[in-house]
Design a protein around this ligand. Structure first.
Ligand code: ZN
Ligand code: ZN
Length: 110
């Protein structure tokens, strides 16, 4: 849910005349375009083409479980972690860690 940055009213989602999804404020007329999240898939890195990285920058890491593990970059001792299955069933599940301090992300093959 988003609120109007001008007057604080709740923004209402709708379709603009050009077919885009928009959030508009019914009180002051503020209006913004909603970026379709599916357009982000093209920026996947070559290094990990089979893996869908969960929101490299915008992911909400506060809801992910944490683990005590030293960060290879800054030495901080707590990281969030998540598991991802690669496309092929006989490949092992990949475990990812992300340092809660410096956001360095690394992976570990279970
Ligand atoms: Zn408004
Ligand atoms: Zn770190």
């Amino acid at each position: 849910m988003r609120f109007c940055p001008k007057c604080g009213m709740r923004l209402v989602q709708g379709k603009g005349s050009d077919g885009t999804t928009r959030l508009t404020c019914r009180k002051c007329g503020y209006d913004e375009m909603v970026i379709n999240p599916s357009t982000n898939t093209s920026k996947m890195k070559e290094e990990k083409p089979l893996i869908q990285v969960v929101g490299e920058e915008e992911g909400d890491i506060s809801v992910m479980p944490t683990i005590k593990i030293p960060c290879p970059k800054c030495g901080h001792d707590t990281a969030v972690w998540w598991m991802l299955q690669t496309r092929s069933a006989d490949e092992p599940t990949t475990q990812f860690y992300r340092c809660v301090k410096c956001n360095h992300t690394w992976r570990h093959y279970a």
